[in-house]
Ligand binder design. Structure first.
Ligand code: ZN
Length: 251
């Protein structure tokens, strides 16, 4: 089965459309959370997702924008965006967003794989360094976990008792790029497809991944998108300027 993995879209319609246009045909699409927050197209993104994506994990911004959780832990920029999003969402889309379950999520046809937003142990935890990931790598029994939340494409693996970072071997650039990783059946992985709508790994291009569950391969993608339209929408919506500026540098 070929699975399209999308995470941290953050209401960036232009980035989502570019990923969908670049993706090869897939059998199943899974959203790892944070559909909204930061970007200016929350309704457009949710309307688009409703057309093709049936499996969603909730993210912290999804919770914050539906009043499911408080926004006190958010920085002022994120809080301003969450309040704007609460007002912008249609009642139908609010309800839809509120229905997203917490991870880990599993799919009957894909054995040994689970899907979360932050960490398998805590949906709101950030896995940034391998030291953050070790507890989860040691405690979780699933050989492969896909996560989001950090907005950094790549991840971590545990092999022969040692934990390491997994690098995607994608160079900085402005063109479409793809890098394939062959998974070792004796290793345990935590993999992040990267953020569709607000990458923070220094690469401005939208990120997603494809899992080929039969051949145990994952392909990581970076996709150029219409950055200027996404930025203009943010500024036109009177969202904080920084949310537009950061998209250009991938931070
Ligand atoms: Zn996010």
């Amino acid at each position: 089965m070929r699975v399209l993995l999308l995470s941290d879209i953050h209401a960036n319609l232009e980035a989502l459309e570019a990923c969908l246009a670049a993706a090869p045909p897939w059998d199943l699409a899974i959203n790892l959370g944070d559909v909204v927050g930061y970007g200016a197209s929350p309704n457009e993104v949710i309307d688009r997702l409703r057309q093709f994506c049936r499996l969603h994990v909730r993210g912290n911004h999804d919770k914050a924008c539906t009043n499911t959780t408080e926004i006190e832990s958010f920085n002022p920029t994120a809080a301003a965006a969450a309040l704007w999003t609460r007002r912008a969402l249609t009642p139908e889309n609010l309800e839809y967003l509120r229905s997203f379950p917490p991870g880990p999520l599993t799919v009957a046809d894909i054995a040994g794989v689970q899907f979360v937003h932050g960490s398998p142990l805590d949906e709101d935890e950030y896995l940034i360094a391998v030291t953050d990931a070790l507890d989860a790598l040691l405690e979780v029994s699933a050989p492969l976990t896909f996560f989001g939340h950090s907005h950094v494409q790549g991840g971590f693996f545990l092999y022969a008792g040692y934990g390491s970072e997994l690098h995607t071997r994608i160079e900085l650039g402005n063109q479409l790029q793809c890098s394939e990783v062959q998974l070792n059946r004796d290793a345990r992985y935590l993999l992040n497809p990267g953020s569709v709508g607000q990458p923070r790994d220094g690469d401005w291009r939208a990120a997603f991944a494809i899992l080929e569950s039969d051949s145990h391969t994952v392909r990581f993608y970076r996709v150029p998108y219409d950055l200027h339209t996404a930025q203009r929408r943010i500024l036109d919506a009177n969202l904080p300027d920084r949310l537009a500026a950061r998209l250009a540098i991938g931070r």
